[in-house]
Design a protein around this ligand. Structure first.
Ligand code: SF4
Ligand code: SF4
Length: 468
């Protein structure tokens, strides 16, 4: 217990993976096994099918998911979005942040354990390769300390090669999300010299992933990830997290065969610590290093089963449910986040529902004044940019809505907007000078496809100072 007391008082003074001299302590967690690990394996299979399969899924010959940041073209669920849909992105982003905050307030860091790509790839792919090649945690530790003989070199090189191959596949998948799987296939068969930039980025990102999963590992979650650092402000005593039931477990003590247990149920076997990939002792309470991977739940349940004590000494539970035996409550904080989320969701749905297939910008050419023509006509010169957010070419017309006049293109005779592209050019708007009541008159223009109005746009018409 004396040693425990020391641990209790000092565990918050440093990160579990750094020693007193500030050197990295390498983690060799034991392989988890149990109900939760099996569930996570199944969840991972589904996750990987979606992650690696999504770039291949097409609708009407187009990817349903594309995030082409370089060309600023985005396809989400088969719909094309442009940077001009900034408001939708901004509201979507705000909604995601509030959702993550709400989810974290209710369920803690459950996202990290079950959904975060870093944990999924690290714990469920790279760590499993390591177990397969180098053995369980203690064997890995022995191998790390062993001299570089032929056996060690063979194991390490095999591991590095496999790590590199998986990193290469992940980097290719990310690239497929960026440029699309067809473009990626095209580049793969073209000469290297033609796509030197893309191949350099591919090599760069493969190396980054390789470095992250071979060397950086749990440090991403415990030191780098900003979401992990936010736990201190998001969690409260009603948040359901992976928790040790100290009321039931303490006072901890070794188990003796056939004993009538007079102390707490924790048999101080340290199995929960041995399986922890971030090297913490969950019995010390909530810690920012805990990624809610559930390995300690499985390990403890196995021990409880072995000594004939009830399971779930470590389980998903809130502090209040352990300390006060209080059932889970939907707190005012959760209600407030939910309300904000509903408002943002409403705005997002409205923006998506009213979103037009064609984006229109019409601006007067800077530095140009009005022009006067016979028959009391005046004109202004404009630039236009028409965006087509669909996969079909569109021919549109612009029609005056609140004025009598004419819209004439310069050098073109119709507005044809290529699919998933845009048309730019200049045009004149002619109107009778009697309609120009102000220095700047607001003109409303309708965008029509055939006879169907698909959008409205306002612009201004510059007139003489004295025309009022
Ligand atoms: S304390 Fe348990 S749930 Fe948290 S990271 Fe360690 S093993 Fe995973
Ligand atoms: S695995 Fe369970 S019994 Fe063993 S030390 Fe951890 S909490 Fe105690």
């Amino acid at each position: 217990m004396a040693e425990n007391s020391v641990k209790q008082s000092t565990f918050r003074d440093k990160v579990a993976t750094v020693d007193q001299e500030g050197k990295r302590i390498w983690m060799f967690p034991q392989k988890p096994a149990g109900k939760f690990y099996t569930a996570r394996k199944l969840a991972t299979i589904g996750y990987l099918i979606v992650f690696f399969g999504l770039p291949f899924v097409k609708y009407n010959g187009h990817p349903i998911f594309l995030l082409n940041v370089l060309e600023r073209r985005f396809i989400l669920f088969g719909q094309i979005f442009w940077p001009q849909d900034f408001f939708i992105f901004a509201i979507g982003m705000a909604l995601s942040i509030v959702f993550i905050a709400l989810f974290t307030v209710v369920f803690g860091r459950v996202f990290c354990g079950w959904v975060c790509p870093q944990t999924i790839f690290m714990e469920m792919i790279f760590r499993r390769i390591e177990y397969w090649i180098e053995g369980d945690g203690p064997e890995q530790k022995m191998l790390a300390r062993a001299p570089w003989d032929a056996k060690k070199i063979a194991k390490k090189v095999s591991k590095w090669v496999l790590f590199w191959v998986v990193s290469f596949i992940i980097a290719n998948t990310f690239l497929a999300y960026l440029i699309g799987v067809d473009e990626l296939k095209k580049m793969a068969i073209e000469p290297l010299s033609k796509n030197i930039g893309t191949f350099t980025s591919l090599a760069f990102f493969t190396t980054i992933f390789f470095f992250v999963y071979l060397w950086l590992r749990e440090q991403v979650c415990t030191v780098i990830c900003p979401y992990g650092r936010m736990q201190g402000v998001l969690l409260d005593k009603d948040t359901v997290i992976v928790s040790y039931d100290y009321k039931r477990g303490e006072t901890r003590g070794k188990f003796h065969k056939n004993e009538e247990r007079a102390i707490g149920d924790c048999i101080d076997c340290a199995q929960c610590v041995k399986v922890c990939p971030t090297g913490i002792d969950i019995r010390n309470g909530t810690q920012l290093e805990c990624i809610n991977c559930t390995a300690c739940i499985d390990a403890c349940n196995k021990m409880m089963d072995a000594v004939g004590l009830p399971p779930n000494l470590i389980r998903y539970a809130s502090e209040n449910s352990i300390a006060k035996k209080r059932p889970w409550v939907f707190t005012w904080r959760m209600k407030a986040y939910s309300m904000v989320m509903c408002v943002l969701l409403g705005i997002l749905i409205w923006l998506l529902a009213t979103r037009s297939d064609v984006g229109v910008t019409i601006l007067r050419v800077p530095g140009q004044l009005y022009q006067e023509w016979p028959n009391n006509q005046m004109s202004n010169l404009y630039t236009y940019k028409l965006l087509n957010k669909t996969f079909k070419d569109k021919e549109v017309t612009l029609r005056p809505e609140n004025f009598n006049g004419e819209i004439k293109l310069v050098g073109e005779n119709k507005f044809v907007i290529p699919k998933n592209g845009y048309a730019v050019g200049t045009m004149f708007i002619y109107i009778n000078s009697e309609q120009v009541k102000d220095r700047k008159t607001v003109l409303k223009i309708g965008v029509y496809e055939g006879n169907e109005k698909i959008s409205n746009i306002n612009t201004s018409f510059l007139g003489p100072f004295s025309s009022k």
